[in-house]
Each structure stands twice: as C-alpha cells, then as structure tokens.
Unconditional design. Structure first.
Length: 610
C-alpha cells in the first residue's frame, strides 16, 4: 500500500506540475501561440520567433491586411507603409523571418493565400538562401507554425504547452526591462511586422572614418557559401509564382542589396547561373551584386542587412518615384533577355588598384585658408595677414615639403603616379580677391601650388547681394583664369549658391528640413553642375574636387558627388588625413588643418606630423 500510495502521489505530483507548467506557458505565452491574452506583448513574441508569432497575430488581425512581403530578415527594410502608398489600394504586412529559406517562404505563401484575402505578394530574396533549402529548425525560435507546415496541431500545441519554463522566465524578465526602456525586447513592430529601427536610423553614418571606429568588425571574413540549393530554390520560385497566379494574386520578385563582404562569400559563376535560372521563371527587380552602394558600409546596419533608407531607394526605383534619390547603377529590371549581360556586370568584382606595400597608406596634410587682410583687427582663425601667409609657405618649404594639387593625390591613390617624399596640399575657400592680391604673388615667388574652392554667385563682386550685409571682395573670372594659367593654381567647386549660414532656409549644402531625398538631389546636383560648367567654360580648369560649405556633408551628398565624377571632397574637420592606395573612398571628406592667425608657422609645420 505504501508503494501504491507513493506512486499515486508521484503521479499526482507530475500531473500537478504539468498543469502548473502548462498554465504558466499559457499565461506567459512566450511565442504567442495561445493568443497572449495576459501580457499582450506581440512584439516580444515576434522577436522570439516571427514565423510562429506572426501567424498567431494574423489569425486575429488578417482582415486588416490584403498584401504581404515574404522574405528573410533583410526584407524588413522594405516598408509596408511605403508599399501601401505606391500600390494605392493595398494594405501590406511583412512576414519577415529569421534565416531566410525558400521552403519556408513557399509554405508561408500557401498558407496566406489559402486562409486570408490576398491581393499582392512581394517575395524578397536575400541571396544567402543559395546555400540551403528546407533547413531543419534547431530550436523553437526557427520553426514554422504547424498551420503553415501542415503538421498535426495537437502535438504542436502540446509542445508549446510543456515548453521549458526558461522561455517564459525570459519573457517576464524582458517585460520588466521593457517597462523601463520601451525598446527592450520590442525590436519588431507587430502592426507592420518589420524591425523597429528608430534607434539605429538615428546613427550618424555620414563620417566614414567615425563609422569605422564604431564598427571595427564590419569587414571580418565570413567564410564561403556553396550554391547547393540553386535548383531547389528556382523550382520553389516557380511553384510560388504559379500558385499566386492561379489564385489571381499579383506576384513580384525582388532581390535585396548586398554588401561586398557578403558577396565575397559566394562563387560568382554560381550566382550567374542562379540569375539565369531565376530569370527563366520570372522577371524581377534586382538590387544585388556589386553596385554603387555595395562597397560603402554606411548603407548597411551590418555586413548582412541593408538600412531602411536603402529599402526606400529600392521602392523608389521600382515605382520610378522622382521624390526618392536612387544612386546610379543601383537597381535593374532583370528579364531572360537581359540577364546574361546584367549578371556578368553585377557579379564581376571591381578591379582592385594595386597597392604599394609600406606605401599603401599616406598621411597627407592639407592646409585650409580663407581671407587675407592687412587689417590686424580682422585677424582670427579665418583671416590672416599677408606676412603670416608668406611665413607659412616659407616654413613649409624649408621643412622639405612639396606642394601638390589634389588631382596628383587622386592619381597616387588610384595607382597612376608617385608623389614627392613629403607632399602637402594648400587650399583656400570662398574665392576672395585677397587670394589673388596676396597669396598668388607669394606662391609664384616660391613656386608653390594651391587649390582655390570658389563660390559661384560671388565671383567678381565687391558687395553682398543683400544690401548692407558684411562682405569681402571676391576675385573675378579674369583674375581666376590668370592664376590658373600660371600652372600653380587650380580652381574647384565650393557650391554655386549653397554657402549660407544656419539662419538660412538651407544651411550649407545640406537638405532642408523635411526635404525629400529626390528634391534634395535635384537641388544639390543642379547647383554643383552650374558652378562646374562655369569654371570649365570660363577658366578651362577640369573640376573634380568639392569643398563642402562649412564642412557640412551627408552620405547622400558624398554619393551624388561620386556620381557626378568628383573623386575628392573636403570637410573642415581639423587634422591630417590618411589616404590609402587602391581605396578611392579615402579621398572623400578629407580633413584639413586650419592655418589661422594664432597658429605660428613653426607650429603649423609641426602639426603635419601629429
């Protein structure tokens, strides 16, 4: 009897423990499979496993949606709200899932179309799917919902009913942290299904040097990905397209942007074959491969995920939106007629300029001057005396430095020429008459070179266009041509009419508040080309360098200038720049040393080595 009682008590204890565990998992519901009636924290559930939690969410909310984006985590940067605007009569939801897999995409598409009203499907391919198909889930965070995989529901719910309580404890712990910081464990927006990138999108990605300091591991090797699933993926794509069309669902196939370090993991010949086979199934919008943004890490959150602004550019290209800036050579509508030429282009790595061993990196001091005046009361960080300028140039020369033009520096970086042993660049901003009256004679006497960055609207003026505004005279086109023809001076771009202070509607060459990227692109490019054409026509000087007004720039302005053929840009950040042979990007947003009146000539030269 004792044994019988003991077994009964033991079994009863197990039953009670099972009931308690099941009750705990139903109440806390860390994956949302039971409706999360208590905590009602859909975002956490989706972070845990979007494949499962989104189906549970949509079973209750699917009437709010009629269109879906299906893809891996990269697809999160394709905005459902923007798609709604472009389609006009659609309500999109993102089925973004971790670890993209064509098998899971296919099963998800079938479930959506069979169970909900569906007008449009946008299928997003991330490229890494080439290495697997129907990859077995390793834990609860990667598995499909049984409704999607068409598995028996009872074992599925029992599995989550008797789930390891550690998952529930993690959710409770996260719930406490979320009450303090709303971003904790809430990285997915339940109403749209995409990542919440509000904090990440606040990151300042304009300064490339600072970006690398914050992201030192961005370019770490990633291994190799074999194209073992090419045919399975292509067959799956065909089935998805056919199923959608049979049910009168509009089907669109898109490939996402890829960073160069990811591209280096693939066999380019396999990708070319893959693309040809995909194009036999369907025409598609293609943003993968080596493009104008694939080598700039600032377009990516990490080496595998492109930023939301790239998603905006993708949709801007697809829908030909003039209000969205899309870089050249980014985006292509691929068909079986053009796929061979296109695949050859995007899957041929760009040629690397040869580097020079210990000379691969070069620290280059670039001096920045503005106005020169004999009035001592004006002397400050921006205005110096004629005597100070001459002393600076003598000190530079006596220290063994040789002045070069910026095109010589660009040719060095691109492997076209060598430089003197101790090169230095002398620059002037704005185009003041004093550059002609005081600096030019000194440079001629000492046989030294300099670059002047001109403002277009003020050439030849001795009064401001605003009556009474403070203004120093600027040299004329004739004087500029005289300086250029000496061979010592080159004239470059400092904007035609974007050199305005923070009080103006547009501060420097930055976007206006709430200005759309397409509007900004048109304004910036028009202004840049206007002065470029003036200089080239009036002076004969090739324009290839741009000094940002007040040193202010953005990732977009850097991209636009590169598109316009500029290969050097300068900021006003104080310091010595480092350029790298074979890396043209190192010629952008170069630092300069401000040679103001309080910096002695001796100290100025010392700064070259710091």
């Amino acid at each position: 009897m004792k044994l019988k009682k003991w077994l009964g008590a033991f079994i009863g204890g197990l039953v009670i423990a099972g009931i308690l565990l099941g009750g705990f998992n139903i109440i806390v519901d860390p994956f949302g499979v039971f409706g999360d009636k208590v905590l009602k924290w859909d975002s956490y559930n989706m972070v845990n496993n979007p494949r499962v939690a989104k189906i549970a969410y949509l079973d209750e909310h699917h009437e709010e949606y009629d269109s879906y984006i299906i893809g891996g985590s990269k697809s999160s940067s394709i905005s459902p709200e923007l798609l709604n605007e472009y389609y006009g009569d659609a309500s999109f939801y993102s089925m973004m899932m971790y670890g993209g897999d064509f098998h899971d995409y296919e099963e998800t598409l079938y479930y959506l179309i069979d169970n909900y009203e569906v007008k449009n499907i946008v299928l997003h391919m991330s490229m890494q799917e080439i290495g697997h198909f129907h990859e077995e889930a390793t834990d609860f965070k990667q598995s499909l919902h049984a409704k999607v995989s068409d598995e028996p529901l009872l074992p599925f719910y029992l599995k989550y009913l008797w789930l390891n309580p550690a998952y529930g404890y993690e959710k409770l712990e996260g719930f406490g942290k979320n009450s303090i910081n709303p971003m904790e464990y809430s990285q997915i927006i339940p109403e749209t299904g995409v990542y919440n990138k509000v904090e990440r999108d606040k990151e300042n990605v304009n300064n490339l040097e600072e970006f690398w300091k914050q992201n030192p591991s961005f370019n770490l090797p990633m291994g190799k990905t074999e194209g073992i699933a090419i045919d399975q993926n292509v067959d799956s794509l065909q089935r998805m397209k056919d199923f959608a069309e049979e049910h009168d669902v509009n089907f669109t196939f898109v490939t996402g942007a890829t960073y160069k370090s990811e591209l280096q993991t693939y066999n380019m010949d396999e990708l070319k074959e893959y693309w040809r086979k995909l194009a036999e199934v369907t025409d598609f919008w293609d943003f993968s491969g080596y493009t104008s943004i694939s080598d700039d890490p600032r377009y990516y959150y990490d080496s595998m995920h492109y930023r939301n602004n790239v998603g905006e550019m993708i949709l801007g290209y697809m829908f030909d939106d003039p209000d969205v800036y899309v870089p050249e050579n980014f985006g292509h509508y691929t068909t079986k007629e053009n796929v061979d030429e296109h695949a050859e282009k995007i899957f041929t790595p760009p040629a690397q300029t040869a580097t020079g061993g210990k000379d691969a990196e070069l620290d280059i001091p670039i001096l920045m001057y503005h106005h020169i005046s004999t009035d001592a009361s004006l002397h400050n960080t921006m205005i110096i005396s004629p005597e100070k300028f001459e002393q600076d140039m003598i000190a530079v020369k006596e220290a063994g430095y040789t002045t070069i033009h910026l095109n010589e520096l660009a040719d060095y970086v691109n492997g076209k020429t060598e430089l003197p042993e101790k090169p230095v660049v002398v620059t002037f901003d704005d185009g003041y008459l004093s550059n002609y009256e005081y600096a030019y004679p000194v440079l001629k006497k000492l046989d030294m070179k300099a670059t002047i960055f001109m403002i277009g609207w003020s050439v030849g003026r001795d009064t401001h266009r605003i009556e009474g505004a403070k203004f120093y005279p600027h040299f004329s086109w004739r004087q500029g041509k005289e300086m250029y023809e000496s061979g010592l001076i080159e004239l470059q771009n400092h904007s035609f009419d974007m050199h305005e202070s923070a009080e103006a509607e547009r501060y420097a060459s930055l976007p206006k508040e709430n200005e759309k990227t397409g509007e900004y692109a048109r304004a910036f490019m028009e202004d840049t080309l206007l002065l470029e054409e003036e200089i080239e026509q009036r002076i004969g000087n090739e324009v290839y360098a741009y000094a940002y007004p007040y040193g202010e720039y953005t990732l977009q302005s850097e991209q636009m200038l590169e598109e316009l053929g500029y290969n050097v840009t300068l900021s006003t950040e104080n310091g010595v720049s480092t350029v790298r042979r074979g890396d043209p990007s190192s010629l952008f947003a170069l630092k300069r040393i401000n040679a103001g009146s309080k910096v002695s000539s001796e100290r100025l030269v010392q700064m070259f080595e710091e």
